[in-house]
Design a protein around this ligand. Structure first.
Ligand code: SAM
Length: 325
C-alpha cells in the first residue's frame, strides 16, 4: 500500500505525523520525555517509557505496548462475563454465524475478541483492523486475517462486504464529531440487513469524594481532546443519525469496589486505565512520577469505600436497513 502513495500524500502524512508528535509532547507534562523507540514500528512514539501510536489524525491516548494490551485482554474477559458472551443473543435472529458469514472487527487491539469469536464460529470469515501493528506473526485461527488501517480514513473494503461489524471501546479514540462519519463508513461496508455491534464504557459514576475527583480529572482530559464522555448514552441516537435501525440496547452497571470475582476484575481494569494514562494525568492529579504508584494504591482503596463506585457498560446493536432510502 505504502509504495502506491503519491509524493504529495507522503508529504501530507509526514507533516500530520509531526504535528501529532508535537501535540503529544505538549499534552503531557513538561517533565515528560519524548523519544522515538528503536524497537517500535517507524510511526510509534515513546512518552515516559510507554509506546504510543504515531497516527497523525488520531487523538487516541492509550499506549499500544504490552502492558496496555494485557489490560485489554483482561477487560475483554471481564466484559464477556458481564454481558454473558461476546455478542448479544439477538444477533442470531438476524445472521447465521454458525453457517458462515463475513465479520469485521474495527480497532481489534490485542485481537482477543476476534480470536475468541473465530474459534467459536469456524465457518465464518473474520477480518481485524487496527491502526497499530498489534498483530501476531503467525499463530492465528485459519479463518482470521489482519490489516493495518485507520478508521478515520475511508475503510479499505467495497460497499456491502460484511454481515457483521464489531466496533467497540472507541471512547478514548474518537472526537465527538468523528463518530457519525465512522458509523456511516460502517454502514457503507455492511450488507443490507447487516449488523453493527458496539460496546462502550461510561465515566466513573458516584463513589466517594476522592474517586469523584479522580474521575473528574479523567473526564476533563477527554473534554480537552474534544471527546464524548457520555458516549454510552448517545450511541443509540448517533447510530440512528448515521442511518441504522437500533434493534438492541443493554446498559449494565459494575461496582469495582465489591469483592466478588467479576467486580475485582473491573477494579484491576480501572486501576490500569489510570496507570496507563499516567503521562496525561499525573500533573492534573498533582502527583510526581515517583509518587504515582502510591496514588494508584490510594485510588484502589478509595474505590472500595462507600458511597459505592459505579462504572457502566452498554452494548448496542444497529441494523443497516434492507432497503436504503
Ligand atoms: C480501547 S482499544 C479496544 C480494543 C478492542 N476493540 C477491545 O474491545 O478490546 C482501541 C483500539 O482501537 C485502536 N484504534 C484507535 N483509534 C483507531 C483508529 N483511528 N483506527 C484504527 N484503530 C484505532 C487502538 O490502536 C486500540 O487497539
Amino acid at each position: 500500500m505504502g509504495s502506491s502513495l503519491s509524493q504529495h500524500e507522503k508529504k501530507r502524512r509526514k507533516s500530520l505525523l509531526n504535528q501529532n508528535r508535537k501535540q503529544q509532547e505538549e499534552t503531557v507534562s513538561s517533565s515528560s520525555t519524548l523519544t522515538r523507540s528503536p524497537l517500535a514500528s517507524s510511526d510509534s512514539v515513546v512518552v515516559d517509557g510507554r509506546t504510543y501510536h504515531g497516527e497523525a489524525s488520531s487523538v487516541y491516548w492509550l499506549p499500544n505496548d504490552d502492558e496496555e494490551l494485557d489490560r485489554l485482554v483482561g477487560q475483554h474477559f471481564a466484559m464477556k462475563t458481564l454481558f454473558g458472551g461476546n455478542i448479544p443473543k439477538e444477533v442470531h435472529k438476524h445472521v447465521d454465524m454458525e453457517k458462515g458469514i463475513k465479520i469485521l472487527d474495527l480497532g481489534c487491539g490485542p485481537r482477543t475478541w476476534i480470536m475468541d469469536m473465530a474459534t467459536e464460529y469456524p465457518n465464518s470469515e473474520f477480518t481485524g483492523i487496527d491502526m497499530s501493528d498489534v498483530f501476531p506473526n503467525n499463530i492465528r485461527p485459519a479463518n482470521v486475517t489482519f490489516q493495518i488501517a485507520n478508521v478515520l480514513e475511508p475503510l479499505p473494503f467495497e460497499d456491502d462486504t460484511f454481515d457483521f461489524v464489531n466496533f467497540s471501546l472507541f471512547i478514548l479514540a474518537l472526537k465527538k464529531d468523528q463518530w457519525i462519519p465512522v458509523m456511516k463508513e460502517v454502514k457503507r461496508i455492511l450488507k443490507p440487513g447487516g449488523l453493527y455491534h458496539s460496546r462502550e464504557a461510561s465515566m466513573l459514576l458516584k463513589g466517594n469524594s476522592f474517586v469523584q475527583w479522580a474521575g473528574q480529572v479523567f473526564t476533563e482530559r477527554l473534554i480537552e481532546r474534544e471527546q464524548e464522555p457520555c458516549i454510552i448514552d448517545k450511541v443509540k441516537e448517533l447510530m440512528k443519525v448515521a442511518g441504522f435501525d437500533v434493534i438492541y440496547y443493554k446498559k449494565l452497571p459494575t461496582y469495582p469496589g465489591r469483592s466478588d470475582r467479576l467486580n475485582r476484575e473491573f477494579l484491576w481494569d480501572v486501576k490500569h486505565v489510570f496507570k496507563n494514562c499516567q503521562p496525561f494525568l499525573k500533573e492534573h492529579v498533582k502527583v510526581k512520577d515517583e509518587e504515582y504508584d502510591d496514588f494508584l494504591d490510594r485510588f484502589v482503596q478509595e474505590c472500595q469505600k462507600k458511597p459505592e463506585l459505579e462504572w457502566d457498560f452498554a452494548s448496542t446493536l444497529g441494523r443497516k436497513p434492507v432497503q436504503s432510502i
